[in-house]
Design a protein around this ligand. Structure first.
Ligand SMILES: Cc1cc2nc3c(=O)[nH]c(=O)nc-3n(C[C@H](O)[C@H](O)[C@H](O)COP(=O)(O)OP(=O)(O)OC[C@H]3O[C@@H](n4cnc5c(N)ncnc54)[C@H](O)[C@@H]3O)c2cc1C
Length: 470
């Protein structure tokens, strides 16, 4: 492979958590081998971080996008260790293990213990009985993909899918469970059904195995994980990465297109061109689609099929005395069957004490999602009004909040709908056909910060292997 005076030139497009961690890991892994890579990160906006940013205003920690990450992805913890940020980590409060669902006009706690769940009023008795029958539902015979809704209904019943699965999935993907691909969003569920014959069977088998090994088993989704952030919020992660890569970062440099010329990649921004041996495309797939259309129209078409759901976040700060209901817990999710527009509300200072001034609470109301595309037509004022109205019903907020901040994402969260895995496979084929080209970030293999970091390690490892064989 052609390279410049013994040094590879790598261009990373996009400086969100995906692009920044890919760039940092490529640099560090090359240094470990005693080689240097010439890196340039091109970011369209005048700031780095993408949606992983934090504003601290009047003592309220307002997250633009992610409010934390789970500690069940060892590679995220490894990145944090490499960055020397372990002492910045903040673990979620114990109280935040309490989660609520608003069902039939009432807030109900989600009990994770099976006996307490059966005794709770979260859903009706027939729904609970149908859930218990999951043990006897035969495993799916063919390996075809299905929607998350179809899986939930088939194994645990329609009531479970509507009142429990739907809000839980909205809370993570802001998605429509009747469109999301089970294989793409919950591959573990597919494995559990295939390997053990069902979810309860898998859970019992795992418990037995854990007892044999003297370990603790988790729920059906695996061992329990704890949410973490940093002392000054999630923005610390991207700020630290951007500071590490400050000499390589070019802000206000939107990439328009990429061409292949004389065995190299030519990256064209709005006012200059950069030549490179490697290009890491770490911006959203709809942007990448435009960039690569001259190299591969077919893959560009696939990328254009990956839809993003609109998501808006309204942060409200209130005096504790103005909140009528106990807000000790993680927050509340709202099924679409309720007459409440918000997808849910997170209770930030209960999850991470210190995210609101003393005697105050910070709430984060999430609106929009794949089932409410019209949310994009609301201005900030209307969003604030809707969120306040919903909060007054959910947690009895009595007066005007002292503080409001709105974050809007017309294309917020990637939707891994049926066919997603084929689209990702097309990008993987293109990576093989054009060595040096990489697709990474939220659009492909995981919508969470953990998913992005894990994929950044994949990119950096592949890069190192190519360096070795180059
Ligand atoms: C409201 C909300 C809440 C969330 N909550 C959580 C959570 O609690 N936990 C969690 O783990 N995840 C959460 N997520 C998901 C998380 O934010 C993403 O996983 C992560 O931020 C994606 O990082 P990324 O780098 O792939 O994309 P982004 O952060 O979107 O970064 C992409 C970058 O590419 C740049 N770019 C775009 N086009 C171009 C171009 N043409 N040229 C150059 N640069 C370009 C953009 O400006 C941007 O900086 C949430 C997301 C949202 C929106």
């Amino acid at each position: 492979m052609a390279h410049n005076a013994g040094r590879y030139k790598a261009v990373i497009v996009g400086a969100g958590v995906a692009g920044l961690s890919s760039a940092y890991l490529i640099r560090e892994k090359s240094r470990e081998r005693g080689s240097e890579v010439d890196i340039t990160i091109l970011e369209a906006k005048p700031y780095a971080g993408g949606s992983t940013k934090t504003d601290i205003v009047n003592g309220y920690t307002c997250e633009w996008g992610p409010n934390g990450f789970l500690d069940n992805e060892p590679l995220t913890l490894e990145l944090i260790k490499m960055l020397g940020m372990e002492d910045r980590l903040v673990r979620a409060n114990e109280a935040s293990s309490r989660r609520f669902i608003y069902h039939n006009g009432k807030m109900r706690e989600v009990e994770l213990n099976p006996i307490r769940f059966l005794k709770s009023d979260i859903v009706s008795l027939p729904i609970k009985l149908r859930m218990a029958l999951e043990y006897f539902v035969p495993a799916k015979k063919n390996g075809d993909d299905e929607t998350v809704y179809s899986f939930g209904k088939r194994r645990l019943g329609a009531g479970f899918a509507r009142y429990l699965l739907d809000p839980m999935v909205s809370g993570i993907f802001a998605g429509n469970i009747k469109e999301l691909s089970l294989k793409a969003v919950f591959p573990k569920m597919v494995e559990m059904e295939k390997e053990y014959g069902g979810l309860f069977k898998a859970m019992f088998a795992k418990r037995k195995e854990a007892r044999r090994n003297g370990k603790k088993a988790g729920g059906p989704a695996g061992p329990g994980a704890t949410l973490h952030t940093f002392k000054y919020g999630m923005g610390e992660l991207t700020e630290t990465l951007a500071e590490e890569m400050r000499d390589e970062l070019r802000l206000s440099s939107p990439v328009l297109s990429i061409r292949k010329e004389n065995g190299k990649f030519m990256i064209i921004t709005d006012n200059y061109k950069v030549e490179a041996d490697h290009v890491i495309l770490a911006c959203p797939s709809y942007e990448t689609s435009k960039m690569i259309k001259d190299i591969d129209t077919r893959v560009a078409g696939y990328l254009n099929e990956i839809k993003f759901a609109p998501v808006d976040v309204v942060c409200h700060g209130c005096k504790s005395d103005n909140v009528g209901r106990s807000v000790d817990g993680f927050g509340v999710l709202v099924p679409r069957s309720e007459r409440i527009r918000s997808l849910g509300s997170l209770w930030c200072d209960s999850i991470f004490p210190g995210q609101a001034p003393k005697g105050h609470h910070l709430f984060r109301t999430i609106l929009g999602g794949a089932c409410d595309p019209d949310i994009v037509n609301l201005n900030d004022e209307s969003l604030d009004r809707v969120a306040q109205r919903d909060l007054s019903r959910l947690i009895d907020i009595r007066n005007e909040p002292d503080f409001t901040k709105v974050f809007r994402y017309p294309r917020g969260i990637a939707q891994y709908t049926i066919g997603h895995l084929a689209r990702v496979a097309a990008t993987e084929q293109m990576e093989r056909d054009l060595p040096g080209l990489f697709f990474t970030g939220v659009s492909y293999r995981g919508v969470s910060v953990n998913g992005c970091v894990k994929d950044a390690f994949r990119v950096a490892d592949k890069f190192r292997d190519m360096e070795r064989s180059g």
